[in-house]
Design a protein around this ligand. Structure first.
Ligand code: ADP
Length: 407
């Protein structure tokens, strides 16, 4: 990787395409941005430099923009803003890699066909992840594209952590726990060793708490259990997703309330979680600022469920040495961290209140990659805030793969 080489990372969702550009051997972030509100008639593009200064922006009011139109725009934008930089690879965040892919894969027509077969496992996300890959393959077939999977980090979990107690014939169809947010956890596992002796081999529970939220047990850098399962709706309550639900509730909703599949799906994915419980908002900031008791109830339920999952994951690890908070809520809500740590005192967690209050917005007291240790001296369990950086993880994977292919 030369100083003039860049890796572009694409994270495409149902209504947005986020991108980041990393340059030079150290993979420094040089540019990031997004097109949001795809398909709405109000699409909006913004690009910022690494310091957050505005580089470019644009709005589309002449009809809805789709993924392909968005990628064409980004392709032209990249061309005019590369400034002599050469794109050596484009890395994509791909939500599902099934059981087959435990690491990044080169994307070509054959791999796209293989990934199309996994769409039934993630019908809400996978098609949107793959659309930009197709567009780029057509526009720039010579640029290497690399798939990085949210499931890959969890593929090596013990069988018991992956299987439901269902008949083998159903398990054999791929109905098993996959786990998600793997790129975030892999990044966390990669930075822990930099932050102090002993962390590399530690029994870690990491909580990625954003609009989507999950927790992962990491033993010696490897995932051994996670709260998300067959889909990303399992585990913790999230912004609008319900998290773990007695499957009997789904039967009741359908049999007794006459809800069809689409209505149940909408309820579980878009109307539940913080939004559903509070009836106010899916946004933690809004809830924390609200005096409405329903907002408090939603936050308290999330804290309670984090505590329950923490106990379960600590059991999977046989103990707990390190607890990590990440994601928009984990990085910014000192109040939620304090409540979770208070409830986890029985595990030996003791917070340093001042360090916790100071570790907000990625400004860590210890300053390593914005990471901050927030546990009290003498706490049996070390507690850290680690800003999520899935994009950098993807850039590293993409670089590694093209270097390996070139060797
Ligand atoms: P996504 O999963 O979409 O990437 P993020 O990781 O950006 O989401 O997290 C979004 C969540 O983080 C929202 O609930 C938001 O309210 C919360 N959040 C962001 N900043 C703060 C803050 N200062 N205090 C509390 N919550 C915050």
């Amino acid at each position: 990787m030369q100083a003039t080489d860049s890796i572009i990372v694409i994270n495409a969702g149902s209504s947005s395409i986020k991108f980041s550009m990393f340059s030079g051997p150290a993979l420094g972030l040089t540019l990031r941005g997004k097109i949001e509100n795809l398909y709405s008639g109000m699409a909006r593009f913004i690009a910022q430099d690494a310091q957050g200064a505005l580089v470019s922006e644009r709005e589309w009011r002449d009809g809805p923009l789709d993924h392909e139109g968005g990628m064409r725009f980004l392709f032209d934008f990249a061309h005019t803003h590369l400034d002599g930089q050469q794109v050596v690879a484009v890395g994509h965040r791909i939500v599902h890699g099934g059981v087959a892919y435990s690491g990044p894969q080169r994307l070509d027509a054959a791999m796209l066909d293989a990934l199309d077969k996994l769409v039934p496992l993630a019908p809400l996300h996978l098609p949107h992840n793959l659309a930009p890959v197709r567009s780029l393959l057509a526009m720039a077939p010579h640029v290497p594209q690399v798939a990085c999977f949210d499931t890959a980090f969890h593929v090596g979990q013990p069988e018991q952590a992956q299987e439901f107690a269902l008949p083998q014939r159903i398990t054999d169809l791929g109905v098993r726990r996959y786990g998600f947010h793997g790129l975030s956890y892999e990044y966390i596992a990669s930075v822990l060793p930099q932050m102090g002796t002993g962390l590399a081999g530690a029994r870690v529970v990491a909580a990625h708490l954003g609009n989507g939220a999950s927790m992962c047990a990491i033993d010696g850098g490897r995932s051994v259990a996670s709260t998300m399962g067959f889909t990303a709706v399992d585990g913790l309550p999230m912004g609008t997703r319900c998290g773990a639900l007695d499957p009997g509730v789904v039967l009741y909703l359908m049999q007794e309330l006459g809800m069809d599949v689409a209505a149940v799906q909408k309820l579980m994915y878009q109307e539940s979680g913080l939004l559903g419980v509070s009836g106010i908002s899916s946004d933690m900031r809004t809830l924390e600022q609200s005096c409405d008791p329903r907002a408090r109830k939603a936050i308290d339920l999330m804290i309670y469920r984090i505590g329950r999952e923490l106990g379960s994951l600590a059991a999977a690890l046989g103990g707990l040495d390190t607890l990590v908070f990440s994601g928009g809520i984990g990085e910014n809500s000192a109040a939620l961290r304090a409540a979770v740590c208070r409830d986890a005192a029985w595990l030996g967690v003791q917070l340093d209140d001042a360090a916790n209050a100071a570790a907000v917005g990625g400004v860590g007291v210890d300053g390593v990659d914005g990471c901050a240790r927030i546990s009290a001296t003498g706490s049996k369990v070390a507690v850290w805030v680690v800003p999520a950086n899935e994009e950098l993880m993807i850039a590293r994977h993409a670089l590694e793969l093209v270097v390996k292919e070139a060797a």
